[in-house]
Structure formats: C-alpha cells, structure tokens
Design a protein around this ligand. Structure first.
Ligand code: NAD
Length: 352
C-alpha cells in the first residue's frame, strides 16, 4: 500500500524516522531531484492518522517539485512532516533528532520552515545538519519577495487581458492583509492602482487605512466586489462552487496557496473568461528566497529575481492560448518539460 502511494506520483524516496527516546516521529518525502536537491519545509501537525500524514507529505513534496521547476530554480521537490501536537513534540531533543534524520539523507533533502516550524526550530535543527535554511541567520522573512513576485504576476496578467501593464489603471481587491497582502496592497498603491481590501481581522484593516486611501469590503462580500483583479492573499479554497459565480473580476492572481478548491475550477474560471494565475507560479517568491539562501545570495537578489515571475507567467499565458488549455495546464507542462530535459544531478539510487 505504501509502495503504491509512492509509485503513482513518482516519488524517489520516502523515509520514516522514529526516535523513541525523544518521541520524534517524522516522514521525509523526496519527490524528485532531477533539477537539484529537494527543498521544502517541515510541517509539524497533529495528524488524525499516520495515513493522513503520509498523504499530506506526498502531496506537498510533489507540489514543491513543480513549484521549483516553474520558478526556473535548480532545486527539486521535498517536504517533511513531524507528527504530533506541536506543543508536545517541539522539544529541543526531538528537533535535534530530526536534524540528524535530515542529515543522514546527505543533502538530498534541504529543510526549512512551514506550519508550526519557524526560524527558532530551524536553529535547533541546524545544530545537527547543514542541510537547512530559514534559520535566524538566514535571509529572513520572504514575504516582501513574495509580494513583489505577485505584483509582477498581476502586471503580466493585466498586460495580457488589457494590453497594458500599467498597474496605475488597475482596480484590485486584496483579500487578506497579512505579511504578503499588506505589502502587495502597498506596492499596488505606490504604482497608482485603486485598492480595495478585506480581512476578517479588523486590526489588519485599521493598520492599512490609517496610512493609505483604500476602500474596504466585508469578508462575505469580497467575491462579488467588481474589480479588475481579485488577489486572494489569505486562505486556500476561496475559488469554489459557491464563490465562482459571484466573481466580478477579469483576473484571479494572489499569493494564497491552493486558491482553487479543486483543479476543475481552473477550467471553470477559463470558461467564464477569467484569467487565473496558478498559485504555485505567482507565489514562488518565498521559495526563491530560501532557494537563494541555500544556493548562496542575498535578499536583494531574491527580490530582483521575483520580477521574472511576471515574464514566466506571461509565457505560460501565451502557451495556454496557443495550446487551447488553461494556464494551470500550461504551467504544469512548463515545469514538466524542465524536469524531463534535466540530467539527474543527485541520483535516486547509487549505481554500484
Ligand atoms: P498571514 O497569516 O500573515 O496573513 C493572512 C491574513 O489573511 C491575515 O491578516 C488574516 O486575518 C487574513 N484572513 C484569514 N482568513 C480570511 C478570510 N476568510 N477573509 C479575509 N481575510 C482573511 O499569511 P501570509 O504570510 O500573508 O500568507 C498569505 C497566503 O499566502 C497564505 O495562503 C500563504 O500560504 C501564502 N504564501 C505566503 C508566502 C509568504 O512568503 N509569506 C509565500 C507563499 C505563499
């Protein structure tokens, strides 16, 4: 059963680690290293079952392969989960044991931050392995790079839909004013766009309205707000059977992961003539930043490289038109071609 789950999505290696002394129970999934060592965060969650943890790590590591490939990075896809209540399992001893687990993979997997793991945890992991990024001596919070990449992605979509990349003419609704949404709203405003904001947290709204002239829309009404661009920067699954008919925009492009409740919603947006920028392409700024940290470089370089997200997205939009498919299909094809064209840099299994 486990071999079947690994074989279907093409995983190279899935490793289970158990350390009874510290209580560590972790799974590291390496999906594909054709383009380089696999990189992906460590998620610490109290999964309902071991099967649920395996399903999650397989799905997330596969997604990292495509994200890295679509961002033109020399990196593969991997991910890890530490199973258990974060309040109980995040002990120093367990995280050090986890560091040794990462280390024994010899650099085929590089770990980083994710849900319930941040710079503090990565600093402990780094006591036992060099194959870690996102610690306190790293490049820092990537949200500025992510927001900048989304901004350029939006420009590229606008150029395609309206024939101009002038963000000054755009009317954008930003859903979620967290680390990314706030900075995206500011960058759009700097370029003269009209911005409408929405957040379930009143404080986040007050913070932005105190310094900028923006309109505010209630969280429940955000989908039906007429605009050029709807930029989801909060949670996943916001384009779903219920919301899709409410959308009054030409473009959906934001930082949130898993924007579509289901893949078929990409086709359904296209059928409504709404251009959808695939989430994993437009929000790659975070991966570009941790990738830069691993490969050696500065935050400023990562910030500058995030601008290329717009060009790549433009290529994918053109391809979708030529091939008569969705931009999501075109993005997958772009990533797959990079993977197929590569020579494996870190062989899955040594040959003799
Ligand atoms: P965050 O937690 O800092 O901010 C999320 C914001 O969304 C909060 O202000 C929250 O109040 C608001 N929110 C939550 N539910 C909402 C709802 N139903 N309606 C309106 N607002 C709501 O998160 P972030 O780091 O800004 O990331 C935003 C999204 O982008 C997430 O999906 C994240 O996975 C994705 N992402 C972030 C990065 C990054 O660099 N931070 C990189 C890639 C992808």
């Amino acid at each position: 059963m486990v071999f079947d789950s690994i074989a279907a999505p093409g995983h190279e290696q899935v490793s289970y680690f158990s350390d009874p002394e510290t209580g560590l129970r972790a799974i590291i999934a390496i999906h594909d290293t054709s383009l380089g060592p696999s990189l992906g965060g460590t998620r610490i969650l109290d999964y309902e079952s071991e099967d649920a943890a395996l399903t999650d790590v397989l799905r997330l590591s596969e997604a990292m392969t495509y994200k890295a490939a679509a961002a033109d990075l020399p990196l593969g896809g991997g991910k890890a989960v530490i199973v258990g209540d974060p309040a109980e399992v995040k002990t120093e001893d367990a995280l050090e044991a986890y560091g040794r687990a990462v280390d024994c993979l010899g650099g085929r997997y590089i770990t980083s931050v994710d849900i319930n793991s941040g710079a503090e945890e990565m600093d402990i992991v780094a006591r036992e392995t060099d194959h870690v990024v996102g610690g306190s001596d790293g490049l820092g919070n990537p949200s500025e790079v992510t927001a900048h990449g989304v901004f350029h992605g939006i420009r590229s979509c606008a150029e395609h839909v309206y024939g101009t990349d002038s963000s000054g003419d755009l009317d954008v609704v930003v859903q979620g004013l967290g680390k990314v949404g706030y900075l995206l709203a500011e960058e759009l405003l700097e370029h003269g766009a009209s911005v409408t904001i929405s957040d379930v947290n009143r404080d986040a709204i007050d913070e932005l309205t105190a310094v900028h002239d923006v309109d505010v829309v209630a969280p429940d009404s955000v989908y039906e707000q007429p605009c050029d661009v709807f930029a989801p920067c909060a949670i996943g699954g916001v384009v779903n059977d219920e919301t899709i008919d409410q959308l009054e925009c030409d473009i959906v492009a934001g930082s949130a992961n898993n924007v579509l409740a289901e893949r078929r919603h990409a086709d359904e947006l296209a059928a409504r003539d709404i251009l959808y920028a695939p989430d994993y392409v437009i929000n790659a700024g975070g991966l570009i930043t941790v990738g830069k940290e691993h490969l050696g470089g500065t935050y400023d370089e990562a910030y500058a490289e995030a601008e290329a997200i717009g060009d790549r997205l433009g290529e994918m939009i053109d391809r979708a038109e030529t091939d008569d498919c969705t931009v999501l299909d075109a993005a997958d094809a772009y990533a797959q071609e990079r993977i197929d064209a590569s020579e494996t840099v870190t062989p899955a299994l040594p040959s003799n």
